[in-house]
Design a protein around this ligand. Structure first.
Ligand SMILES: Cc1cc2nc3c(=O)[nH]c(=O)nc-3n(C[C@H](O)[C@H](O)[C@H](O)COP(=O)(O)OP(=O)(O)OC[C@H]3O[C@@H](n4cnc5c(N)ncnc54)[C@H](O)[C@@H]3O)c2cc1C
Length: 160
């Protein structure tokens, strides 16, 4: 089943780390880019909003929405590590600490270091340009982004 809508699921996705509560109508677990495109098309045809959700650690209710929630927790594959150029290509659902645990094997480190690093995802960090104690010396999330593959509301995929 593409969309989840049990009472328990909708309740679980109706809160994040903010003070707000908003119950969605549907939830979809993202496993591929196609899932995102299909959901955007479905939402457009049915007049529904789409809200991406990472680790749900945001404190301003950004991961809450009354339409469809796209949960990126399964979208966490690391595709490529280039030690010479010190770059990594990854899907956005990977948790910050998990990424650094993986990169440590190659002697690399992604520094922004938010205190919520054991739960927040790279997608959420990108959306909020997260930072932490290491940012004073090394910089914010945006200082470590070379290229993004972005899916527009129309479903069109662009490289930014
Ligand atoms: C205890 C605690 C400590 C924290 N410490 C810090 C800190 O030190 N520094 C800091 O900067 N922040 C901190 N935060 C805030 C928060 O953890 C960060 O902003 C974090 O990066 C959010 O990531 P997330 O994956 O949990 O995003 P979520 O809360 O799930 O979502 C946040 C926003 O990102 C969007 N989003 C998520 N995934 C995607 C995606 N794949 N594509 C597009 N948009 C997406 C959501 O729609 C939402 O608008 C803290 C929060 C808590 C609760």
């Amino acid at each position: 089943m593409d969309y989840l809508n049990s009472k328990a699921t909708l309740e679980a996705y109706s809160s994040d780390s903010s003070i707000y509560t908003v119950a969605p109508k549907l939830v979809r677990l993202v496993n591929s880019t196609g899932d995102i495109v299909n959901t955007l098309q479905f939402a457009g045809q049915n007049g529904m909003t789409v809200t991406p959700r990472g680790g749900g650690t945001g404190v301003v209710g950004g991961a809450l929405g009354a339409g469809i929630i796209l949960d990126f927790s399964n979208f966490k594959k690391i595709m490529e590590v280039d030690t010479d150029n010190r770059t990594v290509v990854t899907q956005v659902g990977i948790i910050y600490d998990e990424l650094n645990l993986f990169l440590r094997k190659s002697g690399l480190y992604f520094p922004p270091d938010p205190s919520s690093g054991d739960s927040c995802q790279i997608g959420g960090m990108l959306a909020g340009n997260s930072s932490g104690p290491s940012s004073l010396k090394y910089g914010l999330t945006s200082d470590f982004v070379e290229e993004l593959s972005v899916i527009k509301p129309s479903g069109q995929q662009v490289i930014a």
